[in-house]
Design a protein around this ligand. Structure first.
Ligand code: BES
Ligand code: MN
Ligand code: ZN
Length: 495
């Protein structure tokens, strides 16, 4: 799907279909009014007759209107003007680009008319691109017969009166972010027998080659030399060797020596729980336990096209969490790269065990900020469900930047507490800390564990256990929080 701007009077635009909005009271948006005038009132007639109520989600295609170049006009119901929010905008885009069963190859949307409070043309264009791209994504590369042909539009145009740099930039950003989200979704959806730690490393190498990123992949011997005893303890139970992947995007001018943002991703390519094995129901979904890693790769993918003048390092700790004769056991005590010792009381709390070493490793980049992204706790799903990602941070300025980006991107996060008082729950009789706490506040306790390894820099942790994928009939990775992370980097590069 490509995105273009279509500049000119709506009745004269060369396109297979033009989409205009109608509000719930039958009020035509400005572009709809202009078309209506050009075709002697066919649009107004459709609202008067009741064929188009203007209700949210209602669609009415009108074919062959005289006085209009486009052979198809689609009236899209936007609902009440007062309630027209971000979600309504995205829903209207999604249903209108799918509306023609592929008969319209190019669809031009008069989306600048669709005004959302406090949102500008750049936001509208960016959201148009992301919502349109969402309609065509599927993961069918492992089906012997691919899913039926995608019947959406091949080219989506944004209607403009005159050239508009903000709108053009928005389309470009939306396309870049969609490319990132699609990479994240694909990697998340791939099965755990294919998407292994080595596979993630190979994909990273491919990315680096194609888009001129620096890449380094550390294997077991190197992880041993770094004394990553905590990370290695999780990997031990699996036949698949672990990988620590480091990808670098160098967008800042060389002379500036700008400190990088480091993104650290949890890449558990399958989480069986290990010896503290999980129950069987929905265990397949634990293939998504590498979605933090996938969101790091997806954000790097977006960065390449966003072309931001900023330095970013992606660090991914990838391994499987499996039970076996060689697996780590409850009661084992391991020494992390930081030197702190950890009593492993539950082998299913493995995300923090691999992240703590990756977070210590991140110190070497002298980062301006470190953001780790992890499907870390079921407790976060209980607390926030599938709407907000959990945000934890040792730095208010960084937390506020991420919250602002999450709102701009429509990829919400909610700040959670990290008070020192919670740290007591991690006390161990035999080591510096335990890897699980006493019951209660599970998402906070996991974050508190990570906080012990991130004192050297401004740090934030996104717990995406509830937001990275959906279960049920629509099972699949969501591509979140790539929009949040991309927006965060866009904002940082601009300041
Ligand atoms: N990957 C899981 C977290 C998870 C669970 C994400 C369910 C999404 C849905 C993580 O490794 C885990 O197993 N966490 C445990 C921690 C517990 C043992 C302290 C959990 O949340 O149950
Ligand atoms: Mn686990
Ligand atoms: Zn896990």
């Amino acid at each position: 799907m490509e995105f273009i701007t279509a500049i000119g009077r709506p009745e004269a635009i060369k396109t297979d279909a033009i989409v205009v909005g109608v509000h719930a009271d039958g009020e035509l948006t400005p572009t709809a009014k202009a078309l209506d005038a050009a075709c002697n009132g066919a649009l107004k007639a459709a609202t008067k007759s009741g064929d188009m109520t203007g209700k949210r989600g209602a669609l009415l295609p009108l074919l062959g209107l005289t006085g209009i170049s486009a052979p198809r006009v689609l009236l899209a119901g936007l609902g009440s003007k007062d309630d027209f929010n971000e979600r309504a905008f995205n829903d209207a885009v999604r249903c209108s680009v799918k509306a023609f069963n592929g008969a319209a190859k190019s669809v031009t949307v008069a989306a600048l008319d669709w005004q959302v409070k406090n949102r500008d043309a750049e936001w509208q264009a960016c959201s148009l691109a992301i919502a349109a791209r969402e309609t065509t994504f599927r993961t069918d590369e492992l089906k012997s017969k691919r899913d039926p042909e995608i019947t959406g539009a091949g080219s989506v145009g944004l209607l403009l009166k005159t050239r508009n740099a903000a709108a053009e930039r928005g389309l470009r950003y939306g396309d870049a972010i969609s490319n990132g989200m699609e990479m994240t979704k694909r990697l998340g959806n791939l099965p755990p027998n294919i998407c292994t730690p080595s596979f993630l490393a190979d994909e990273s190498r491919k990315m680096a080659k194609k888009w001129k990123l620096d890449v380094e992949v550390l294997e077991t011997k190197q992880l041993e030399a770094l004394k990553m005893g905590s990370f290695l303890s999780v990997a031990k139970g699996s036949a698949q060797p672990p990988r620590l992947i480091v990808l670098k995007y160098n967008g800042a001018p060389k002379s500036s020596k700008a400190a990088p943002v480091v993104m650290v991703g949890k890449g558990i390519t399958f989480d069986s729980g290990g010896i503290s094995i999980k129950p069987g129901a929905s265990m397949d979904e634990m293939k998504f336990d590498m979605c933090g890693a996938a969101s790091v790769l997806g954000t790097m993918r977006a960065l390449v096209e966003l072309n931001l003048k900023i330095n970013v390092v992606g660090v991914i700790a990838a391994c499987e969490n499996m039970p076996s004769g060689a697996a780590v056991k409850p009661g084992d005590i391991v020494t992390s790269m930081s030197g702190q010792t950890i009593e492993i009381l539950n082998t299913d709390a493995e995300g923090r065990l691999i992240l703590c070493d990756a977070l210590t490793y991140a110190e070497r980049f002298k980062p301006s900020a470190v953001v780790n992204i992890a499907t870390l706790t079921g407790a976060c799903v209980v607390a926030l469900g599938g709407v907000n990602s959990g945000l934890f941070s040792n730095n208010d300025a960084l937390a506020n930047e991420l919250l602002a980006a999450s709102r701009d991107a429509g990829d919400p996060a909610w700040r959670m507490p990290l008070d020192d008082d919670y740290q007591e729950q991690l006390k161990s009789n035999f080591a510096d800390m335990a890897n699980i706490g006493t019951p209660g506040a599970g998402a906070v306790i996991a974050a508190c564990f990570l906080a012990r390894f991130t004192k050297a820099y401004a740090w934030a942790h996104l717990d995406i256990a509830g937001t990275a994928w959906k279960g049920g009939a629509a099972k699949g990775a969501t591509g979140r929080p790539v929009p949040l992370l991309a927006q965060f980097l866009i904002n940082r590069a601009a300041r």
